[in-house]
Design a protein around this ligand. Structure first.
Ligand code: FO1
Length: 317
C-alpha cells in the first residue's frame, strides 16, 4: 500500500467513517480530507461547519456514535434555554432557532471558529487550529475559504438553505433542484493537495450535496478528469439505497438512478474506479459498461475494522 500523499473528497458521516478507517490503514499524516463546506451556515451569529466538525469529531473519537454528528456525552442546556426567548420572538425573526441542535460542548467549536474568522483568519487556518486542538494527525482542509451555499429548490417551500432542508424538514420533502450560490474558489491548500496526491478518493458521501459542491468549484472537475486514473470513488449507494441520509431520494428526484450503475454514470467522467459493496457484485458488469472499473468489497462501515479494510482496498488497487 502507498505511503504517498492521499486526498479524500469528503462530506459528512460516510466520509468521516471512511477517513477513520484510512487513518488506521496508513500513516494519518499522509491523508488530507478536502471537505465540503456547502452545508456551512450562520446560526445564533455563529459560523457552523457541519461536515468539517463531523470529520474532526469522528477522527478524535469524540463523535456521538448514534447520531453521527455532534459530540458524545453532550448536554443541551443552552438549546433548551432558547425556549424562553422563542416565546417572545417577533414574527419573521430567526433568533432563538431551536430546531438546529447545538450541544453545549459543541458550541465551543463554533464560538472559536467564529471569533477567529472575525479576527481575519481564513477557514483553512482556523480548521487546522481546531484539528490541532483535537490532536488529530489526518489533515483536514475546507474545499474553499469563500462561502458557497448549497440551496435546495422545492416547489412546496421554495428555495431552502441546506440545513433548513436537511434538519428542519428532515430531508423528507420533494426537491426540484440543487444549486450552489457564491463565487467561491478552491482553496490554495486544497488545490495543492489534489495536484500532489498519488491517489484521490471520493468518499462514500452524497454525490449531489456533499461531493457536488466541491466539483462545482472552478477547475475541480477539470483537475479530476486530468487525473482520472488516480481517482477512486466509493459508492454511497448500496443495494439501491443510501446507508444514511437522502442521497437515493435526491438522485431519483433529480432524474438519476439510485444504483451503483447510476453512481458509475455520475462519476465516470472524473474517476476510473468505483468501489461497490458485495451485495451489488452482480452489477459489476453494468458499472464497467458505464465506463468505470468495478472493485467489489465489503463497504458498509459498521465497525472501524471494516472501514480500515475498505480504505486499504481503495488505496491498494
Ligand atoms: N443533523 C440533524 O439531523 N439535526 C441537527 O439538529 C443537527 C445539528 C448539527 C449541529 C452541528 C453539526 O456540526 C451538525 C449538525 N447536524 C445535525 C448534522 C448536519 O446537519 C448534517 O449531517 C450535515 O450537514 C450533512 O452532511
Amino acid at each position: 500500500m502507498t505511503t504517498e500523499p492521499i486526498a479524500v473528497l469528503a462530506g459528512g458521516v460516510g466520509a468521516a467513517r471512511y477517513l477513520r478507517g484510512a487513518a488506521r490503514a496508513l500513516p494519518p499524516e499522509h491523508i488530507t480530507a478536502v471537505v465540503n463546506t456547502g452545508d456551512d451556515w450562520r446560526v445564533h451569529g455563529l459560523a457552523v461547519s457541519p461536515d468539517l466538525d463531523t470529520i474532526t469529531y469522528t477522527l478524535a473519537e469524540a463523535i456521538d456514535p448514534e447520531r453521527g454528528w455532534g459530540l458524545v456525552d453532550e448536554t443541551w442546556h443552552a438549546l433548551a434555554s432558547l425556549g424562553r426567548y422563542a416565546a417572545v420572538r417577533p414574527p419573521g425573526s430567526t433568533a432563538a432557532t431551536e430546531w438546529f441542535g447545538l450541544g453545549d460542548r459543541d458550541l465551543a467549536t463554533h464560538m472559536y471558529r467564529t471569533a477567529r474568522l472575525e479576527e481575519g483568519a481564513d477557514l483553512t487556518t482556523v480548521t487546522d487550529e481546531i484539528r490541532r486542538a483535537w490532536d488529530i494527525a489526518t489533515h483536514i482542509v475546507p474545499m474553499s475559504n469563500d462561502p458557497q451555499a448549497t440551496i435546495v429548490e422545492t416547489s412546496d417551500y421554495g428555495d431552502l438553505a441546506f440545513q433548513e432542508y436537511f434538519v428542519r424538514h428532515r430531508h423528507d420533502i420533494a426537491i426540484e433542484g440543487v444549486r450552489f450560490d457564491g463565487d467561491a474558489e478552491l482553496s490554495p491548500r486544497a488545490r495543492n493537495v489534489l495536484e500532489d496526491a498519488s491517489r484521490i478518493v471520493i468518499a462514500p458521501s452524497n454525490p449531489v450535496v456533499s461531493i457536488g459542491p466541491i466539483r462545482h468549484l472552478p477547475g475541480v472537475d477539470e483537475l479530476l478528469t486530468d487525473r482520472r486514473d488516480d481517482v477512486v470513488a466509493v459508492s454511497p449507494i448500496v443495494g439501491g439505497a443510501a446507508l444514511k441520509g437522502p442521497a437515493d431520494r435526491m438522485l431519483r428526484e433529480l432524474g438519476h438512478e439510485p444504483s451503483v450503475e447510476g453512481i458509475a454514470r455520475w462519476y465516470a467522467p472524473i474517476a476510473a474506479t468505483l468501489v461497490i459493496d458485495t451485495v451489488d457484485a452482480d452489477a459489476a458488469p453494468a458499472v464497467e459498461r458505464a465506463g468505470m472499473r468495478a472493485v467489489v468489497t465489503e463497504s458498509v462501515m459498521s465497525t472501524p475494522d471494516i472501514a480500515q479494510r475498505l480504505a486499504a482496498v481503495t488505496l491498494s488497487k
